[in-house]
Design a protein around this ligand. Sequence first.
Ligand SMILES: [Zn+2]
Length: 358
Amino acid sequence: MYNSISHKRRKCFLVELRTADMAQNPETDPYSCEKRRKFHLRNVKGDLKTCGNYFIMKFLDLYERHQTKDIRAYMTEVLHCIFFLGNIHKLKIKPIEFFARDVGLQMKKMFPDPFEKYHTHLPTRTPFSILLDAIVRIKGSHNQKEVMDCLSTFLQDLKVPKPNSSTNKYWNHYTLEATVICICHYERTVVEKRDNFYGASLSCKGKDEQKIMISLSCLETWNAAVAHAVSLADNGGVIKLPQTVICRAFKRNWGTGRYYGEPPCSKCINIFQGASFEPCHRKTDKEPTWPYGHCAETESLSKLLNAEQALCQQVEILNNTTNLERDAVVHNAKNTLVSLLQGKNFVLNGNEFQFFAP
Ligand SMILES: [Zn+2]
């Protein structure tokens, strides 16, 4: 039986969450009282616990409005991924700590799996990527405007903290929002309604967290050709796509809350050759500071290739080899995961990994 959490209870969450956050938890607290207090003061508005709670409760709204099997699966996946990120965070957060008092227990009763598997099973994508998939499922992949409007509304309601106006950077905010989304499609000669494939840039903070998400995506989620290009980029891993592959990326403007066209970075241009990017790459742009695989183009191209077998066969592997070096990709990904998950209370079974399947 589905139990709804009342609107009034939900409105109380943040107040209770902040109060609960002030309390020390000796079992999970790696910092001294003073350090933690200062850290807390800096981060109270945008820390993972608050952002995670907002994201979960807003997603719960979406689930309550639709209540389908699909959206329930997405809800379960969001919970698992946020709990996983809490578990590997520098200030470890237990699943129950994302909620206030009885709400956590109620959520556990409604969605038991994520509460049990957050430290034994890996997620396959970020919470924002799950949200994007859920919205595309609800609105339909052809209705681009409706998908983007729905996403904007969700994010506005989330009240994602804005970046520092002078540096244009977040300071200590753990936002779960992806900065850029990308929509890919494949131009065919046959006249038929085309499918759009949506991807998000990596929406988790921390170098280790980002490396973990990229590695597990290479291992489990991304199309093998895309994983090859990302994983072996530093050693010349490059794929060539037909010109009929169209990638359009959009960045959300903090002021207006709307999405505007965003050119690809030089890393994407380098590893995903041949595709048509709109708007096109600007040579004057600075070298990106983010790792290969971080951009929205990766997820969106991967979904397109996974869906289009005929297109997959047209992808060329360039440089060192003409074959996909899947063994090297798997080896790289597993090594990174083993080394970064050690000491983070994640239960590893040798170098075999279990992935969360909602
Ligand atoms: Zn890029």
